[in-house]
Ligand binder design. Structure first.
Ligand code: SF4
Ligand code: SF4
Length: 292
């Protein structure tokens, strides 16, 4: 099977303090960190074992908090990136950690989803990290939430980023009809695919690859189908991919998050992102065409 796995361990701490985030400036106990490390190591071991079963994997680490400040996330990325049956390994990160370790990554498979938090870092600092990844030829996307207070910072970052780095903007949806027509037009100039993220897509009863070839795995091995549906569909280590896979129409009313709706076949999101879908690189627009 060709499967995509989103993985989230017990970590729930971050070195940043974004006001809208429950994990801001929190610290985990030594016990929680130990648990998180063991969960990541077990998952990497399991992933390695899947070659024998003929499975091909794409893996996305999506911690609650910042993972790359911890050695075991960096080591997991490196190990997975060299497994022949792993097509892609990516992580969501604020890019605050040093990047010298990325020299050890297999650049053909590793990628980053880097989120810019203007209130938590300077453009100069964030940009220098992006330039470092760019110099090393590691594929990555950069993104931010499109709240009005961040407009200026987003525009400035776009001007400074290398031209072939895609900058996505997540629509702010907490308040309905937040954007004016002019603002949408302006945001589209920065992120040509902004409007794909703007709607909450009708999804109830619609086909979705989550639960069939895409799975959301928690540290203990518990598996849910997606970011939104809280129901448990099985256990990675007990059931394996063969025991989990099943076509499952969506049971939620709407789907408004990139990591969910990109798996709805009817939206044909591959045509925009191609092989960059996991880390959100818009390959159709010519961004980072040299990176795989
Ligand atoms: S960087 Fe991400 S995880 Fe950390 S506080 Fe900000 S939003 Fe939360
Ligand atoms: S909410 Fe989105 S990701 Fe989850 S099953 Fe429905 S369409 Fe798929």
């Amino acid at each position: 099977m060709r499967a995509t796995l989103y993985f989230r361990g017990s970590l729930s701490s971050c070195n940043y303090s974004c006001p809208y985030c429950p994990f801001s400036k929190t610290t985990d106990s030594a016990e929680t960190l130990r648990k998180d490390r063991e969960q990541i190591e077990r998952f990497v071991q399991w992933a390695g074992d899947q070659a024998a079963a003929g499975h091909t994997l794409s893996i996305f680490f999506q911690p609650y908090g910042e993972g790359l400040v911890h050695r075991w996330y960096r080591e997991a990325m490196i190990a997975l990136s060299y497994m022949p049956h792993v097509e892609r390994v990516a992580i969501q990160t604020n890019l605050s950690a040093k990047l010298d370790w990325t020299d050890r990554l297999n650049q053909d498979t590793a990628a980053f989803w880097a989120t810019y938090h203007p209130g938590e870092t300077t453009e100069e600092r964030f940009l220098s990290r992006c330039q470092e990844l760019h110099r090393r030829g590691i594929p990555f996307s950069v993104g931010s939430v499109g709240v009005r207070s961040a407009f200026e910072a987003i525009a400035s970052l776009r001007r400074s980023l290398p031209e072939d780095v895609y900058l996505w903007i997540n629509a702010f949806k907490d308040r309905g009809e937040y954007y004016s027509v002019e603002e949408i037009e302006w945001l589209r100039m920065i992120d040509p695919l902004f409007e794909l993220n703007l709607p909450d897509y009708d999804s109830l009863g619609h086909s979705c690859r989550t639960g069939e070839t895409v799975f959301f795995v928690q540290g203990s091995g518990i598996v849910k189908r997606c970011y939104s549906d809280r129901r448990v569909i099985g256990h990675l280590y007990r059931h394996g991919l063969e025991g989990l896979t099943q076509p499952r129409p969506c049971q939620m009313k709407e789907c408004g998050c990139y990591i969910g709706y990109v798996h709805m076949p009817e939206l044909k999101m591959e045509q925009h992102y191609g092989a960059g879908l996991l880390e959100r690189r818009a390959l159709s627009l010519g961004f980072q065409p040299n990176a795989r």
